[in-house]
Design a protein around this ligand. Structure first.
Ligand SMILES: [Zn+2]
Length: 222
């Protein structure tokens, strides 16, 4: 597939940079000395990335803002569940194979859902961490749930494993991959081949899960 360059900016820079703009247009920043055919070749080489980035942008733009009203759907452990508004209940947000929310609490939907996800994330993820740590001899210090937007997990130098609450929207096998990834950082800090070797020895299927996160991560959000 031939990719069109919408804007070409030449400057004294040393490398070519590709920018997919918010409207999906492609801007290329290139060194003055490099030829047009070299630029075209570079763009074609990166066509997969450009197409993927455009798809992601479309998803973000198309996603309507949440109203926390009837029939909106919410992800939990990889499945989608409906929301129904109900008369006042305590707690205001409840889950039983679907969500129910007090009509009077609709305005607080965002914070109620976030709190619910944070609690579930802690329950699910700390249980997985404990299980894998025991099985494969890791000694994490503690599990913390964060509101990180761009990273699924991280490992602090003191041995604390951090995970974003959004992760609990993903299927359990994807959660397991992120858990094992962070546990493996307790042994190897960087992303060297040694590190991936540790991950693979515990979870041979890990590449599929990484791919799933790259392709679907954008959807794991309120
Ligand atoms: Zn990592």
């Amino acid at each position: 597939m031939q990719i069109q360059i919408d804007k070409l900016i030449r400057s004294k820079r040393k490398t070519i940079a590709l920018i997919v703009e918010r409207d999906g247009g492609l801007t290329v920043r290139a060194p003055t000395r490099i030829s047009q055919s070299q630029i075209n070749a570079f763009v074609q080489e990166k066509s997969d990335w450009i197409i993927r980035t455009r798809e992601k942008l479309k998803l973000i733009v198309q996603m309507p803002a949440r109203q926390y009203s009837d029939d909106e759907t919410f992800l939990f452990l990889g499945s989608s569940f409906d929301l129904k508004l109900v008369k006042a209940q305590r707690p205001s947000l409840q889950f039983d194979n679907g969500f129910t929310l007090s009509r009077t609490a609709q305005k607080r939907g965002a914070s109620l859902f976030m709190r619910w996800y944070k609690e579930r994330a802690y329950d699910v993820i700390s249980e997985r961490v404990t299980q894998f740590a025991k099985q494969y001899n890791f000694t994490p210090k503690q599990v913390k749930i964060t509101s990180a937007k761009t990273r699924w997990g991280s490992c602090s130098p003191n041995g604390t494993l951090n995970f974003t609450w959004r992760l609990v929207m993903a299927p359990l096998d994807v959660i397991d991959y992120v858990v094992i990834h962070e546990l493996a950082h307790l042994r190897v800090k960087d992303h060297s081949s040694k590190f991936w070797g540790v991950v693979e020895s515990i979870y041979p299927e890990y590449k599929k899960k990484r791919k799933w996160l790259r392709e679907n991560g954008e959807k794991l959000n309120l």
